[in-house]
Design a protein around this ligand. Sequence first.
Ligand code: B12
Length: 500
Amino acid sequence: MNQLFLFVRPPRPVWPFNGPSTAFWPPLAFASLAAMLRRHSPDWRVEILDAPILKMGWRSLERELRARRPAVIAMGEEAVSCAESLRLARLARSLGAKVVAGGCFFGHVAPQVLPTGLVDVVVHGEGENTVVELAHALRENPPVALETVAGISFWRAGEVVRTKPRPLLKNLDDLPMPAWDLLPMARYGAGSRNHPGLAAIESSRGCFEACDFCVLWRQMGHFVSEQTQPQVRFKSAARLLEEIKIQTRAFGRRYLGWVDPCFNAHPRRPAELAEALLRANLVVGQSAWVRADGIVRDARSGALATMVRSGLNEVYVGVERPDNDGLQAVHKSTTIPVLREAFAILARDFPEVFTLGTFIYGLPGDTPATVRASVRLAHELPMDQTFFIPLTPLPGTPFWRDEFWDDTGENFRDFNFLPSATRSGARRDLEWALLCASLFHWTPARIRNYAGGLRRGGARKRRVTMRLTARSAWFAAHGLLRGLLTGQRAGMVFPRWYES
Ligand code: B12
């Protein structure tokens, strides 16, 4: 029998604002990489083991891995789960498997993670073509064969070797359909009222902007003259329609979570798809991260109305900063007037669409006054929910420092996008200002916002808003306040099955 190339998502804690039924989405990266391997590497058996969605804790995972005996274990994803990934790598080592790590975190810490001896190869950036060549090379004579694989780093004779950059895929339509059949699809969004039958789907990769704090444009960027440049690529509407037909009809998916860094980057593509969905009688709920200027543009052209008719009912907008200077400073080209216009359009013309705005705080030079200004703007913009995200020094961004690395991965628990008094360099003064403004700053605009949001928009939107408000209140009361008073970590929630 062929040897097993196994993608594994290990047990991990849950982000406190996610409900148990939607805390884990189908791991699209693994499904896409596995599909590519199946197409081009028939001499490997390919499987995906998504432990969290199976409520599989560490003891069961170890049993499962011993039974499956993979030759390669591949892993990836967020910095916050670094400790879990390294624990998985140790387990893999004890079973004699090779370890491959990729994604937006490991791709930026190769010089730190490879010397631990827990990982054999790090894959940088887009993974599909690389993983096919890598799978082949792992059968040959590593490290000689590894040198020929573009887009990786590996450890050889006491040093990290980084191969030449991997060019981006030219046409995303050339990707095989993700290997949904390797995942327990019926479990994603099972029991969820607001996101039932949740699917993860991508219409594009990358972003056309280069915001300082963000890894997404870097992960799918174009490498020229020793630098990563932002680049965005799109799938065609026909290809997306095909994906949605399969996801809804063969896999019973009923809610699409667009994972694109910026779903409305293309002026026509989302509307073309929406029209195709409506023609095919396929109205399906959708959430997406969008840009404010795209909202304004698409409202004018009528594209937004078509998208909403085809099911778009949740949009998330990165507002980020309270003023134009702040936006320019982080190299984001949206302006406050455009943000005001976008939220006004959404509230007035699309009240059924749930809107969430995110702000970032903790940038160099931020003071409690900056935080209070963000809270004030959040109340003025007619949005249904706001998240305040601390600047997180993600590897790959200019805020990362090599000395933040630790071999246990425990330091990365604070890379959770949550206010936390224990984060290295945490700004308690900013977090106190945030907590006080959120609890006590009840302006007429804020009250109008809440009342209007709950009155308009229908039952679904009311449910989503109430649920998030309850979770935010719980987090502010238990997590943030306790963290500020006692210094204890306010963070991710370990599920009961974690060690089971
Ligand atoms: C869906 C999603 C979620 C879902 C589901 C999470 C889950 N674990 O199931 C929800 C909303 C719950 C969520 C929560 C969180 N998320 Co999230 N999430 C995403 C999102 C939008 C999509 C991921 C995806 O499917 N991408 C599409 C695939 C195709 O792209 P890709 O992952 O980059 O994969 C390609 C390459 O990177 C590479 N690759 C990736 N992995 C691997 C592995 C191997 C072995 C190889 C060879 C290659 C490879 O090949 C792939 C194909 O080319 C990303 C943003 C994004 N657009 O990527 C953020 C993102 C991953 N999340 C992020 C964060 C911080 C979080 C939270 C901590 C906080 C939050 N809510 O935002 C929590 C943590 C939750 C948890 N416990 O796991 C950050 C991670 C940053 C970092 N470096 O750590 C991201 C990048 C968003 C951001 N703004 O920066 N998230």
